[in-house]
Design a protein around this ligand. Sequence first.
Ligand SMILES: *Cc1c(COP(=O)(O)O)cnc(C)c1O
Length: 354
Amino acid sequence: MQICPRLEIDVNKIKHNTLTLTKLCKEKGIDTAGVTKVFCGIPEIAQVLVDNGVTMLADSRIENLVKLQGINAQKLLLRLPMISQAKETVRYADISLNSEIKTIAALDAAAKELERMHNIILMIDLGDLREGVWQDHIEHTIGEILKFENINLLGIGTNLTCYGGVIPNKTNLSRLVEFGEIIEAKFDISLTIISGGNSSSLYLLEKGEMPDRINHLRLGESIVLGRETAYGDPIQDTYQDAFTLVTEIVELKEKPSVPIGEIGMDAFGNKPVFEDKGLRKRAILAVGRQDMSVQNIIPLDPNMTILGASSDHLIVDVTDCTENYAVGDEVRFNIEYGALLQLMTSEYIYKHVK
Ligand SMILES: *Cc1c(COP(=O)(O)O)cnc(C)c1O
């Protein structure tokens, strides 16, 4: 018997997805940063990305970049650096995304101390309202950045569809390119990278609407789950099931569908409501909300429905299933991004890379 609960990670599917996407990008002159945060920077998987066309590895956490040290690829820190981690940022990231002069000054000081140059990409907020300088501050910020001796301004970038849900399109990405061209003319410099976003920008490639000068994308979800994230559509010639959650049945019984007794709060302070469907066959699986949000997992058995979960128990209805389940059997789930992020982080989930 294998360890449960576990995440089965099919690296061949990730390899295929990486190849498909880096090829698609390369055809349009776009380099790909492979984003490793959703799989917590597992080096074995990161190596597959590097071997199949990504030109750099990107993660939001220094801890993950440390794990990737042994891999021969440029490292990009995605989350704006913390000043308290300036030194680690310079040490473990070749490039970081930035929007604060105070932080860039700390990176410059750290780079001086470590006797090296640190590359930055200045983030510009095109309206999603997460990170980035607002357009009326771009020129002033660039002027300040160019004064630092140990900072190299590698380019500009943007992030969309993360906080505000703003979808990248020809108009807003063309504005990013225009800002780049204004900067180049005004300061007589050339920007090596114009980074046009994450997996939500991919659909523009297929539509032929990606502005020419966008030459860099940072891809996470599209590589691991084969999904573009502007509209949530599967990407042609990719796998959506490189990750599978495998759980084990610890109880299987017929019970009423409505609890007996006065209904108070559940384990999370909510008052549950129940529909009476009579007697149902229910399985308890040994996984729970400590490991993931149950909204983002989908039973592979189409006739199984999720009834609910507490911290350590997931309850499913198997009455309509054709398979004759028994205690000790394994039950498999396909997973979406939100659950994957949590499952990867849970120390109670065994990660089986195969
Ligand atoms: C997470 C992240 C990405 C990758 O996003 P996906 O939607 O997974 O492709 C890109 N850029 C930044 C700044 C991020 O934080």
